[in-house]
Design a protein around this ligand. Sequence first.
Ligand code: FMN
Length: 365
Amino acid sequence: MRSLFDATAINGIALKNRLVRSATWENMADPKGHMTDKLFQVYEDLARGGAGLIITGYAFVTADEQPNPGMMGIYHDSFIAEYRKLTDMVRSHGSRIVMQIVYGGTQTGYPAEGRIIWGPSEVADLATGVVPTPMTQGDIATLVQAFGDAAERAQAAGFDGVQMHGAHSYLLSQFLNPYYNRRSDEYGGSIENRARIIFEVYEEIRKRVGRNYPVLIKINAEDFMEGGATFEEIRFVCSQLAERGIDAIEISGGTGASGEKIPARVKIDTPEKEAYHATYAAQVAAEICVPVILVGGLRSPGVIEGLLESTSIDFFSLSRPLLAEPDLPKRWQQGDLLPARCISCNGCLQMRPGGNVCILPEAMR
Ligand SMILES: Cc1cc2nc3c(=O)[nH]c(=O)nc-3n(C[C@H](O)[C@H](O)[C@H](O)COP(=O)(O)O)c2cc1C
């Protein structure tokens, strides 16, 4: 029988359990995306806390496109040495670390004036109102290279893999979404065309990092908005990525304009509300031979163990619970099986000056 603390692997990278820290933007890097002591400490706490795999907050791949403050950067070789310290530290605690890489696009908290923000088509973002500059095919080729460069740097810095951010209405996910992608060239229209940029980014990364290096993607099963991509279409994209050799797929859902079904849903206060993307992840896991990671509202070890028993999902990813309790995996492993103390209030997303931290009083964590 499978259990949460089985030793596992993703493309040869040994993992001590099935618990993953889902990518979480900490808002603690310096203005150019470089490491700070505070950010380093966050990762040290996570690594000590026992997660088998830590996925970094999203790191931006081009110097002039930082969608939100305090994000990590990976757009220049100067990042390699400082991240080497980070990756060595994480491994010294027996954990592994993958860098999530992103081009943000219209999901930005910064004013758009004076910046060129790429998107698939000239359609205002329903959450931010930002209207992007439609990408030319030359821009797409440039961005594909930038993702490849970023992945090569991440590998040189000792990360155990990279994760493409293809979820939550960031640029790659907007290409999949017919509401945002109104193109009539080979990057728009059919799902094969809308997914083309993702396949090209994947192939470029793979060419740069080689067959034996973990390449992952986080993707929306559904956008939960009028006119978004359908789950049928996303299943197709997942099967194509599996055929091309992707090493793991993290199933998420929603955008900033999805009402109650935003990626980080609030008030997850009963087991029934937990694991809100589980049905999708279970179906994808049943269809492809690549590890599937489930994210979204995982709070109780019992719910996770139930999914391990009843589905083929291999990994379980948490974001907000590890802001409240970075040592949650250790706590569960030591036999304290109370659910995560996170109350899903999203106070951590209020962009406070001290970074994206849990706002619950210490006594409640
Ligand atoms: C403060 C904060 C920052 C986040 N940053 C990222 C990010 O950088 N990349 C990403 O893919 N998802 C990000 N997310 C979404 C989470 O990874 C996750 O998909 C979502 O919070 C649901 O999981 P949870 O219920 O375990 O929090 C963030 C969520 C929060 C609350």
